[in-house]
Design a protein. Structure first.
Length: 69
C-alpha cells in the first residue's frame, strides 16, 4: 500500500517517475523546451517584421520628397 502512495507519474505523458523532483519526465521537459524555442522564434520574427514596417513608414513620411528630380 505504501508503494502505491509513493508512485509518481508525469503530468503530461503518464510515465512512471522514479527519482524525479519535477512532476514532469525528462522527455516532456526537453520537448517543452523545444516548443518554447520555436514559438519564441516565430514571435521574434513577427515583431521584427512589424518593427521594420513601422520604420519604413516613418522613413517614407519624413516630409521631404526625394522621388522628384
Amino acid at each position: 500500500m505504501s508503494n502505491e502512495e509513493k508512485e509518481r507519474r508525469c503530468k503530461l505523458c503518464g510515465k512512471l517517475l522514479l527519482d524525479e523532483k519535477l512532476p514532469f519526465c525528462r522527455r516532456c521537459v526537453l520537448e517543452g523546451r523545444n516548443r518554447v524555442g520555436q514559438v519564441g522564434g516565430i514571435i521574434g520574427g513577427l515583431a521584427m517584421t512589424v518593427h521594420s514596417a513601422v520604420a519604413l513608414v516613418n522613413n517614407n513620411t519624413d516630409g521631404n520628397d526625394d522621388t522628384t528630380a
